[in-house]
Structure formats: structure tokens, C-alpha cells
Design a protein around this ligand. Structure first.
Ligand code: FE2
Ligand code: FE2
Length: 386
């Protein structure tokens, strides 16, 4: 059956290699694809890039490097030997980026006030924090104003995380105990379809992409998204992959769930407004109900339960939630700024180079940020609204 084939394909295929965005990511793909560089050259390239960047969150080269290193821990990358996953030199390069990334996040994200370390107080503080978030609203724009092309862009922006939805938070499962572990597994069980592969949320989202004529293979659009969009996922991976940061990934998930249900209704309405059917809106409709339940479990049992059993994690739970709101807010602002200015929110992809290639100066071509001449993403034959 075609639908099941699609589900299996999107759940097993490694990522399509992205185009490097500077010296560090060029060196990484030279190493990974066997083009000659020694892994120690990556450590040097990363240190040089870190020394030269004024803003790691918005640094295309370093965010793509970190994103690609993390991908070795997830589904892997096409043409890359799986044994690179635990190469100590690559892990040294990753750690150098992570150290600075965490420091920049802790400096840039506003610190919320800490509640009492009880489950009820933590849940209330998280609900207060997320409901007070007055950031830009991509969901309201999608509901009321987005054009068909902007809906395509919206799915492309979301695809980097949503085609692997829930995976970064699953790293926390073996790092938790008791009430918090049971709560996380209860949420993740829904995210992974409760035993039904066609209901895995990432698979439903892949169907939404196909419904708009988009490529649902993982990595198909990584070249089109900004450093900040990569940073949003990199932050989740970093929080999830470090036991030390388990409070952060728990707080992140709580904030994520608490800011999903109402926006999902808006997103679904936006696609319905332009004539798309249930095959496309299913993903969003599913989250209106599911996340209204998940936010309660995540607030009280997951975040609250974790803090009650381990009060020292309180500050990181609140920081993880605040970081989710802040980084996703900045990324959303970037998209809305482009849309309200009448331009594409995507990076241009006109001069794509294969991964690992470099120009005569030894550095990769870095494509300009989105411009008005960005190629149209609306396929010629897509299900136009009736
Ligand atoms: Fe979900
Ligand atoms: Fe959820």
C-alpha cells in the first residue's frame, strides 16, 4: 500500500546531505564523505569559526555544522559511514560548539522567576510563562493572511523539526525516573502513534507535505532554512543528549506542548481557508486535541514531577521553557518580517553545491539570505484550492 510505503520510507531514510555554508561545514562534509580532510581539521575549522562569529545563534556555518553532527546521532546522513557517530574527534568539535551555544542561550534568554519546587507551583509557573508570551504570531498570520506560497514556506520551515517530531525529547526517557518518566512516555506514545505507524505525528506531517506537492524526505529543504531555524532544533538536541541538561529538555517540552493546541487550530484554519482538505489539515487538527491533554501531563507530571523529585533541576526546567519560547519566537519573527515585507522567508537555493565541494578559495559558497528572486516553491501541479 502506497501510504504504508511512504511511512516506512520517511521513517528509515537517512538525511539528504545539505550544502555547506562556510569553512566549518565544508570541512565536516569533506571528512564525512571521504574527500580527504582529517577529522582534526574540523576541530581547527570550528575553533576558528567560533573565534570569528559575533552571534552563534544566527551563524549559518556553525549551526549547520552542529545540526549535521547531531544528525549522526539520529537517522544518519546519506553516503556517510555510521561509525562517524562516535568518532572522538568529531565529538570534540561538537562539544566546542555546544559549550558556546549553551553559554549564548543562557545569556540571551530572559530568566523567568522561580516558583516553589512543588508540582502544582511548577505547572502554574509554566502555564503563566507560556500564556504571557506575547511574541509574533505566525499562526494568526497563517490563519488569516498567508498566501498559498507562504503555506508552502511554512511547511518547509517546520519540516526540519517536524519530520522527526518528538525524537529530541525522547533522549530524556532513560534519564528520568518515576512520575516524570511515566509522563514523558505517555506523551511520546501519542507522538509515535500509539503503535500505529500511520498515526506517528511525523508521518502525518509528511502526508501534509505531500498534500502540498512538497518533498517529504528528511533534509530535502535544509538548505532553505535559516541558522535560527536550525538553532531551534539544535537546542532541543543539545538539551536531550546531555543528561546534565535533562531539566532543560523537560521544560522545553512543557513549553512546546503548552503553546501548540491553540496555534494548531489557527494553522488548520489557514490551510482550510485556501481550500485544502483533511489529508492536509489532519496533522494540525490532531494537535488541537492531543496537545490540550499533553500540556497538562507535561506541566504537572513531567516538569512538576521532575522538580518535586529533584528540586535542584527547577532553574533548568524554567530556563528550558523560556529558551523554547525565546528561540522559536525569534525564528517566527524572522519569518513574519520576510512575509510582511513581501519577500520569501526561505534562503535562496539557486547555486546549490554538492556537500563537501568548495570554491577556489577553499570555502564553500554561502548563499545570500532570502531575496525577492527566490524560486517559487509552489509546484506547478499541486492541489489548488477549489
Ligand atoms: Fe505531536
Ligand atoms: Fe504533543
Amino acid at each position: 500500500m502506497q501510504a504504508n510505503d511512504d511511512v516506512v520510507r520517511s521513517s528509515t531514510a537517512p538525511m539528504i546531505p545539505p550544502t555547506p555554508r562556510g569553512p566549518a561545514s565544508t570541512t565536516l562534509f569533506d571528512v564525512l564523505l571521504g574527500h580527504g580532510s582529517d577529522p582534526s581539521a574540523l576541530v581547527d575549522a570550528v575553533r576558528a569559526a567560533l573565534a570569528g562569529t559575533p552571534d552563534l545563534l544566527r551563524d549559518d556555518d556553525l549551526q549547520l555544522t552542529l545540526f549535521s553532527l547531531y544528525e549522526l546521532q539520529y537517522g544518519g546522513i546519506e553516503g556517510v559511514d555510521d561509525r562517524w557517530e562516535w568518532n572522538p574527534t568529531l565529538l570534540t568539535a561538537r562539544a566546542a560548539i555546544e559549550e558556546r551555544f549553551e553559554a549564548e542561550l543562557r545569556a540571551a534568554v530572559p530568566t523567568p522567576e522561580l516558583p516553589a519546587p512543588s508540582a502544582e507551583a511548577v505547572a502554574q509557573a509554566l502555564f503563566d510563562l507560556t500564556s504571557a508570551d506575547g511574541g509574533p504570531s505566525v499562526s494568526r498570520f497563517v490563519a488569516k493572511k498567508a498566501t498559498d506560497e507562504q503555506l508552502h514556506e511554512f511547511l518547509i520551515q517546520r519540516s526540519v523539526y517536524t519530520l522527526k517530531e518528538a525524537d529530541p525529547h525522547s533522549w530524556a526517557i532513560p534519564r528520568l525516573r518515576g512520575r516524570a518518566k511515566a509522563a514523558l512516555v505517555e506523551i511520546q506514545s501519542d507522538e509515535y502513534g500509539g503503535g500505529r505507524p500511520t498515526r506517528v505525528h511525523s508521518a502525518i506531517f509528511a502526508g501534509t507535505m505531500r498534500g502540498l506537492g512538497l518533498d517529504d524526505r528528511y533534509g530535502a529543504y535544509v538548505d532553505s532554512v535559516s541558522a535560527l531555524t536550525l538553532a531551534s532544533l539544535n537546542m532541543m538536541s543539545m538539551f536531550g543528549l546531555h543528561r546534565r541538561l535533562r531539566g532543560c529538555i523537560v521544560g522545553h517540552l512543557a513549553a512546546f506542548e503548552m503553546t501548540s493546541s491553540i496555534p494548531s487550530r489557527f494553522y488548520g484554519n489557514g490551510f482550510r481557508r485556501l481550500g485544502y482538505g483533511e489529508d492536509v489539515t489532519w496533522y494540525f487538527d490532531e494537535h488541537v486535541e492531543a496537545d490540550a491533554v499533553h500540556e497538562q501531563i507535561a506541566g504537572r507530571d513531567l516538569a512538576g514531577g521532575l522538580v518535586e523529585s529533584d528540586p535542584v533541576l527547577l532553574a533548568d526546567v524554567m530556563f528550558g521553557a523560556a529558551a523554547c519560547l525565546a528561540v522559536d519566537g525569534w525564528a517566527g519573527e524572522e519569518v513574519l518580517d520576510a512575509w510582511t515585507a513581501g519577500t520569501s522567508s526561505l534562503r535562496t537555493t539557486g547555486s546549490a553545491q554538492p556537500a563537501g565541494s568548495a570554491d577556489s578559495n577553499g570555502s564553500a559558497t554561502v548563499r545570500p539570505a532570502a531575496t525577492q528572486d527566490a524560486p517559487s516553491l509552489v509546484p506547478e501541479k499541486h492541489p489548488l484550492p477549489a
